[in-house]
Design a protein around this ligand. Structure first.
Ligand code: AMP
Ligand code: ZN
Length: 707
């Protein structure tokens, strides 16, 4: 068997070899098994190990080559080909299927006393002094059960009632961390039933909720609901777009051939699953001898809960030795060899005291519930978005109602439901205002939208929110001008609109109480620095509806001057990559407004960068060179460094591969560095080296100096 390093090198070599034959159909069809294996390897690196070895583009080329080869030679298609994830059409109804082994639930524990008691019983039943425990996260998603037969993924089901679940095989095939085949046969296993949890990570969840809101659909309370809802979608192709992940943490059933090797412990079974290509919690798990270590670990882990990219609602403690698990057995409800340690609940009830209406930078009026403050998961929650009028109606929320409130991780708090049964008759319906609470203009609502908007662009609330967005971190990043200061300067009449940021009366500011010379200098420097921000940041900063950072980048690359956008009609705008009807409409509207053009001209006069760096980048000093950063940089932020590379004509890659020219290494560099060291063509530089490289004059400048 190959070692991990050998395996990595093998697949990397093969990737390169295949990449050299992408147009050679006869080579590809002869080597189609290898091509598939290489693609599976990269899928595993990306989706399971979270450590890709090639860039997305390199991967896509291989994948497209496979699709093409299979399309021209249909007889070569196999059921576990990476292309076979894409299911056919719509499922009308999910079949009910019986689990090979019932899925039990877990006993819960909440504190050290519960764990001590559970440990005492387990020791008593096993007759041992001290037991070895394996502790792992209790993933807060939707549980699934997978069957593999003769190495092929044949069936996947929901938990259902534990005995029977719904057959969601097609949907599960869309989740890339679930391999379509796994070589169980290597372990002498013919059939296996394994268990795990499907999750939507916090980041994907936030984006998903944003999309829902944009489509006038109510957002979901937590990633768990998002995951379980996604698994029941009738159209499998939609499942693939939801960015779901699967953790596999349990082997429920194995059908061994006679000469199999015994798996001694739970920890070993996690290793085996990992080795087979599943994302099992091998790295997350920890084994302890005796319960005390477990108890300490539970306390520690709860503190770190929010640092994880996905939600967990506790830890699961399992007796590590499998023979002991068998000996301990189960009650009718749960195994005696495992217990869940539940973290503090993140739900609570509270009363709705008042509804306030906030006007956003696009005029959208958002109702915000002011509730009796309640502590949830270590944070006091006093105010929660009610999103829009439809949300209030659907949740049947009235003033004075008792509400169930949830705060999932660093996800924003959410109103799960109201309790109509607790009403005493004093509750009143929430009256949505007909006029803007700030400027009193009559609100408007288009038919295809759920939000009411204040149509007055000079509305004070909108003006302030636009400035707050303009100066924010991902936009122009003007530090020192925070929300509160912007509001204050606006009230004082200093900040009337975005261009007025560049005319702040600094001398008067210096005289103001609370503003020392140092803080004024900082503000002034931050404002000056913002003038050199690349065009895409300015576009993002303008807050044009539907134009976020990604669209801002494509826009910046498709014009040579920002005002070019004003000359383009909707059709022309739609020619730009990723710009659809809605976005084109919004951009067109923005640039058809003379007030906006006037404002942009004032910004240009103030010295801001309205020209695209596109031109400059063509002959930038880093032209044609590719970069990747790892570890923490000290002299600049990662995003700034990347922008520098791009503005000098260089390219940022997503992973270490032979295509990489420079790896820039900060403090605490990770596995990328190790990997890069193995590829001789990659130059490894520290931050200072990088800065020198950037400052090195280009060839043309050099020759100019010699003249
Ligand atoms: P409960 O639903 O509270 O009884 O908890 C049992 C459920 O926890 C199981 O059905 C699993 O879906 C889920 N779970 C999440 N992570 C794990 C894990 N690491 N080990 C076992 N079960 C887990
Ligand atoms: Zn208004």
């Amino acid at each position: 068997m190959m070692s991990n390093n050998e395996k990595t090198r093998f697949y990397q070599d093969k990737s390169r070899e295949l990449a050299g034959h992408l147009d050679d159909q006869s080579f590809l069809s002869e080597n189609i098994d290898l091509l598939r294996e290489v693609i599976r390897f990269h899928e595993n690196r990306y989706y399971v190990m979270n450590d890709p070895l090639v860039s997305d583009v390199e991967f896509d080329l291989l994948y497209k080559a496979l699709e093409k080869t299979e399309a021209t030679n249909p007889s070569l298609v196999v059921p576990d080909s990476p292309t076979q994830r894409v299911g056919p059409g719509i499922t009308k109804q999910f079949k009910t299927v019986q689990h090979l082994v019932p899925m039990l639930s877990l006993e819960n524990s909440y504190d050290a006393a519960d764990l001590l008691e559970w440990d005492r019983k387990a020791r008593e039943l096993s007759g041992l002094e001290k037991l070895s425990y394996c502790v792992e996260p209790k993933f807060d998603g939707a549980s699934i059960s997978l069957v593999y037969e003769n190495d092929l993924f044949t069936r996947g089901a929901t938990r259902g009632d534990g005995v029977e679940g719904e057959d969601i095989t097609l949907n599960l095939k869309q989740i890339k961390s679930i391999p379509l085949s796994a070589t169980f046969s290597r372990y002498g296993i013919q059939q296996a039933e394994i268990r795990g949890e499907v999750l939507m990570n916090k980041n994907s969840f936030l984006k998903f909720n944003e999309q829902l809101l944009e489509q006038n659909l109510p957002p979901l309370a937590n990633p768990r609901n998002a995951a379980s809802g996604s698994l029941r979608l009738k159209d499998a192709r939609l499942v693939g777009k939801r960015n779901l992940e699967a953790f596999i943490y349990h082997i429920a059933y194995l059908n061994f051939t006679p000469d199999h090797e015994e798996i001694p412990s739970h920890a070993k079974s996690l290793e085996m699953l990992w080795d087979l290509g599943f994302r099992s919690p091998v790295h997350e798990k920890k084994v302890f001898l005796g319960i005390q270590g477990v108890i300490d670990f539970c306390k520690e882990f709860e503190e770190k809960r929010d640092e994880l990219p996905y939600e967990i609602d506790g830890l699961v403690i399992k007796v590590n030795e499998l023979s002991l698990q068998e000996k301990l057995g189960m009650t009718t409800h749960h195994p005696r060899w495992a217990i869940a340690f539940k973290f503090k609940a993140r739900q609570s009830t509270s009363k709705l005291l008042q509804v306030e209406y906030q006007v956003g930078r696009t005029g959208s009026v958002t109702p915000v519930a002011k509730i009796q403050p309640v502590p949830i998961g270590g944070v006091t929650v006093a105010s929660i978005s009610l999103h829009n009028q439809d949300f209030i109606r659907e949740k049947d929320i009235r003033m004075g109602d008792t509400l169930l409130v949830e705060r999932a991780g660093d996800v924003i708090p959410y109103i799960v439901k109201s309790f109509p049964e607790l009403r005493d008759g004093s509750e009143v319906e929430i009256q949505f205002p007909s006029h803007c609470p700030v400027c009193k203009t009559a609100l408007v609502k288009t038919e295809d939208e759920a939000v009411w908007r204040c149509p007055n662009e000079r509305c004070d609330a909108q003006v302030v929110e636009r400035m707050i967005h303009f100066t924010s971190k991902d936009a122009m990043d003007i530090r020192g001008l925070g929300d509160a200061i912007i509001r204050k300067f606006h009230e004082m009449g200093w900040l009337k609109d975005i261009p007025s940021i560049y005319q702040l009366p600094l001398d008067e500011l210096r005289k103001m109480e609370g503003f020392g010379a140092k803080s004024v200098t900082n503000i002034s420097e931050a404002i000056e620095k913002s003038k050199t921000q690349p065009l895409f940041r300015l576009i993002n900063a303008l807050g044009i509806r539907f134009v976020g950072e990604t669209t801002a980048k494509t826009l910046a690359q498709s014009v040579s001057h920002l005002l070019d956008l004003a000359t383009m009609d909707k059709e022309a705008l739609q020619q730009i990559e990723d710009v659809g009807v809605k976005v084109a409409e919004s951009i067109h509207q923005y640039f058809s407004n003379p007030a906006n053009i006037e404002m942009l001209k004032r910004l240009e006069a103030a010295g801001l960068q309205l020209k695209s760096i596109k031109q400059a980048s063509v002959d930038g000093s880093l032209k044609g060179k590719s970069f990747l950063f790892t570890g923490t940089l000290y002299k600049m932020k990662r995003a700034e460094a990347e922008a520098l590379v791009e503005s000098n004509g260089g390219k940022i890659l997503s992973g270490v591969s032979s295509k990489l020219d420079y790896l820039i290494v900060g403090e605490d560099a990770g596995s990328k560095l190790e990997k890069a060291k193995k590829i001789a063509s990659i130059q490894i530089l520290d931050e200072d080296g990088f800065i020198k490289l950037i400052q090195k004059p280009t060839d043309t400048q050099q020759s100019a100096q010699h003249l």
